[in-house]
Design a protein around this ligand. Structure first.
Ligand code: NAD
Ligand code: GLY
Length: 350
């Protein structure tokens, strides 16, 4: 088993990564939270596969359990589902000394985390990620949220879990497309700050738990430095700025990781055209994305993507912060004006 410790200003916690960890969930939850009752929140695809093993482990450790299972999909990250979860906690008389466990992908983690942050002003929260994306990104760092019709993640809280337990065996049932979408985020970490990881991915080598550990270590460093996402943590948005615009236009036909892959390819092409990224490194990123069956092109025009960005993204002092790759394992944040942004988008398309 591998452990990465996240030391955020609001709390320190271990991220356990390895095969066969689910049977230790109960003992870990007890040790980390001291709770004697827990609410298991999961999704309709995940609970039938791993619910019984998780509940067995919790009950064997002496925890009383109650489970609530939501439909799969982004629509579950909504105010109605959030309300349903709060009412479930109240009905079952959960209190601040109990705990909420999210077992599933980023949708489950974001919803359950926000409920844990706000029900009775906060009770202990544990993440059991079962997608690669949740393992390397969503389960670590304390961002929790639900969506509004007006946009994604519009209501949320920074709320760190007490424990993240990633049993890599659970990733074996992920559909290939979801696994590859998770690899888009893994490639993001490699381009951002880990040339060694990039080489491992190129060779399709490396144990999955070692790959996840490298990503989580990098995220843990950024979260420790900037828990509230005011500076360096924004580096994690590599590929996400243009990717998000592509995702909005795709109307749900692209997974988040696939849109991020397109966004990464676009920012690499634009950086290469400006002489900020070498031809060779740009080609290496594009080729690695394709190796993992990820898209690198979009049919949307710069104009369409620009309009989505203007509506959706935060501008700080009139500028949008682009994360620009300068080499494999090296990126920087570059503030650009709306007019410059249009040129970056145009350059990123081809
Ligand atoms: P997801 O939670 O929708 O899961 C993807 C699909 O895989 C779902 O259909 C789910 O039922 C299924 N699934 C999950 N685990 C499985 C398993 N082990 N076997 C078989 N099927 C399984 O998607 P995701 O990519 O994990 O997360 C996306 C969400 O995460 C988005 O809402 C995004 O905004 C959020 N996110 C949050 C953060 C954060 O820091 N909080 C970071 C990145 C993304
Ligand atoms: N997913 C980006 C972050 O946690 O900041």
């Amino acid at each position: 088993m591998r452990t990465v410790t996240v030391t955020a200003p609001s709390g320190q916690y271990p991220v356990r990564i390895g095969a066969g960890l689910l049977p230790s969930l109960g003992a870990e939850v007890r040790a980390r939270t001291g709770a004697s009752r827990c609410a298991m929140v999961s999704g309709e695809n995940v609970f039938p596969l791993y619910g019984a093993a998780a509940l067995h482990s919790l009950e064997s450790a002496g925890l009383e359990t109650a489970a609530l299972v939501f439909p799969a999909g982004e629509n579950t990250k909504s105010l109605p589902c959030y309300g349903k979860l709060l009412e479930f906690l109240a009905e079952k008389r959960f209190t601040r000394s109990d705990c909420v466990i999210a077992m599933g992908g980023g949708v489950t983690g974001d919803l359950a985390g926000f409920a844990a942050a706000t029900y009775q002003r906060g009770l202990a929260f544990v993440q059991v990620p079962t997608t690669l994306l949740a393992a390397v990104d969503a389960s670590v760092g304390g961002k929790t949220a639900v969506n509004l019709p007006a946009g994604k993640n519009q209501v949320g809280a920074f709320y760190q879990p007490a424990l993240v337990l990633c049993d890599t065996d659970t990733l074996s049932t992920l559909p290939a497309r979801e696994l590859n979408a998770g690899y888009a985020e893994v490639i993001k970490y490699a381009v951002l700050g880990d040339a060694l990881l990039f080489a491992v991915l190129e060779s399709h080598g490396g144990e999955l738990s070692a790959v996840i550990e490298s990503c989580v270590r990098q995220k843990a460093r950024l979260v420790a430095e900037d828990e509230r996402d005011l500076g360096q943590r924004r580096l994690l948005n590599l590929g996400h700025t243009f990717g998000h615009a592509v995702e909005i236009h795709s109307g749900g036909s692209l997974l988040h990781g696939e849109a991020v892959a397109v966004g990464m390819a676009m920012i690499c092409r634009a950086a290469r055209k400006r002489g900020l990224l070498s031809e060779r490194d740009c080609a290496a990123v594009l080729s690695l994305l394709r190796e993992y069956s990820l898209p690198t092109e979009t049919g949307f025009s710069a104009e369409e993507l620009y309009d989505a960005l203007l509506l959706d993204k935060k501008f700080y002092g009139g500028k949008l912060h682009l994360v620009v790759p300068r080499g494999i394992g090296r990126c920087e944040i570059l503030p650009v004006t709306p007019a410059e942004l249009r040129d970056w988008l145009e350059d990123g398309l081809t």
